[in-house]
Design a protein around this ligand. Structure first.
Ligand SMILES: [Zn+2]
Ligand SMILES: [Zn+2]
Length: 260
């Protein structure tokens, strides 16, 4: 299985990642990817990006050295009543983005391992038509979720459930979650929910690194064509079927040879 799009990559704007948007895109081009989404952490994660960072992503290229660059986020769920939409970026910011992922992270208000509360917060976010993907849903030892309810909501609202490659890495903070991550993907496949594999790269050379997640997906029975991130065309078709992406071409098409 070969996948040509990576919907989960971080840059220095996340505070604990070590490459730029440009480096990620050039690394993607070098390894033959057609599309990446830049999904920096929302503001509730320590050193996560300010809403202005997301608001101004139109300044970055939409296509760099032939790679489509989706300007996205990995937003966080919000504690009760702290924000209008239950997410740490307001809808006015989310609707400008090409791609909106949400996920649970430590120190953002959900460290109590409360399955019912986590599930309710995520179901609320998934019902928001601006939300496109849930990241690493199988992180059961930190942020337990009701699998059946989340999978059903993914089908209903056409929200991608990520099969996160980094969750399989022995050095990952989520290394205990590989089994549950697999269970989510398997249940999603059975129910017909959209699934994508993401690298969760925090350094450019990890962009498009999917080996462990691909092995798991193949074991479960996925074929290349079953995954949203098969290639740029499959990603764009999925996203544009959900809603218009008004700024998707705003950054223009560029080549990084600087002579222009
Ligand atoms: Zn991170
Ligand atoms: Zn994450």
């Amino acid at each position: 299985m070969r996948l040509l799009a990576d919907l989960h990559t971080h840059t220095v704007a996340s505070g604990h990642a070590y490459s730029t948007l440009t480096e990620n895109a050039l690394a993607a081009a070098a390894s033959g990817l057609e599309l990446i989404a830049i999904t920096d952490h929302g503001p509730t994660v320590p050193q996560g990006s300010h809403p202005w960072y997301f608001w101004n992503l139109k300044a970055a290229p939409s296509v760099l050295n032939g790679v489509r660059v989706l300007k996205g986020c990995e937003a966080n769920l919000s504690e009760d009543d702290q924000t209008e939409n239950g997410i740490d970026l307001p809808d006015e910011v989310l609707e400008r983005l090409d791609f909106v992922a949400v996920g649970f992270h430590p120190t953002t208000g959900f460290d109590q391992r409360d399955r019912a509360r986590n599930t309710a917060a995520l179901l609320r976010a998934m019902a928001n038509p601006l939300v496109d993907m849930v990241t690493h849903p199988g992180n059961d030892h930190e942020f337990p979720l009701d699998l059946d309810a989340i999978v059903a909501a993914a089908v209903k609202h056409q929200v991608i459930l990520e099969l996160n490659d980094h969750s399989f890495a022995p050095d990952s903070s989520r290394s205990g979650s590989a089994k549950r991550e697999r269970e989510f993907a398997s249940a999603a496949r059975e129910a017909g929910a959209p699934v994508a594999i993401g690298s969760d790269a925090h350094y450019a050379l990890h962009v498009g690194r999917f080996g462990d997640a691909i092995a798991a997906a193949e074991e479960i029975g996925f074929a290349e064509g079953d995954l949203v991130n098969r290639d740029a065309a499959s990603v764009l078709a999925f996203l544009l079927a959900k809603r218009e992406r008004s700024l998707i071409d705003a950054g223009g098409t560029w080549s990084w040879d600087i002579a222009r």
